[in-house]
Design a protein around this ligand. Sequence first.
Ligand SMILES: [Zn+2]
Length: 254
Amino acid sequence: MRTRALMYHDVVAGEDWESSGFPGPWSQYYKFNEAEFDQHLRAISGAWRGAAPAGGEPRDGALQITFDDGGVGARPAAAALEALGWRGYFFITTGRIGTAGFLDAAGLRELAAAGHCIGSHSVTHPTRMATLSPAELREEWKRSTETLAEILGQPAPVASVPGGYYSTEVARAAAEAGIRWLYNSEPVETVDEVDGCRILGRYAIHRGHTAGDAAAYAAGQSWICWRTRFWWDSKKLIKRAGPFYMAIARRLRQ
Ligand SMILES: [Zn+2]
């Protein structure tokens, strides 16, 4: 199975960056305004040749447009998708539901009723998910999926890892909580499986990306996909090298 997924966050009106999702410059790096997001969708629809992006269980060969955090900017994002006949995946930080800048329960039900997929993004959005203990990981996934099931009246078996801090332990705890599809932030299209939970990668779209870049990710097999994967693999390699990091960095600069 192969899937291609794009990871967005909040879509806001004008320059009102703090109106949706988590505050601060780091979060803002992942936010787009409505006009920019419309441009991205137009470019993506021009480049994508497959079936219309849909909600529901991720399917082989599909393109998925995903949104992390659960900010109120999900509303304009969903409306823009619906105008194209598309649906998306919205991953919700359940501890923030109904707080300033985040969707409330009624908002989540509206998105689900319109055909979008609603999934977990943990309860508290831990800064470094992979460093939590197995018991803490289980709590994050179990409590967040229970909250969503209660609000939506049906199980929520799809989730995404906060901050992209993925590990096999994160996936194991998700599988234990009944999550069957877990998105992380690895720029890959191949699908792994851990304890019956499928692990799917995503291309992260941030303010450094143009609409053309987003379209190139959607089209796949393009230079930007290869470049992103190359940098991701290099970073992993450098992290693993640990104490040799400086030596490697010096060699790379020569
Ligand atoms: Zn997040």
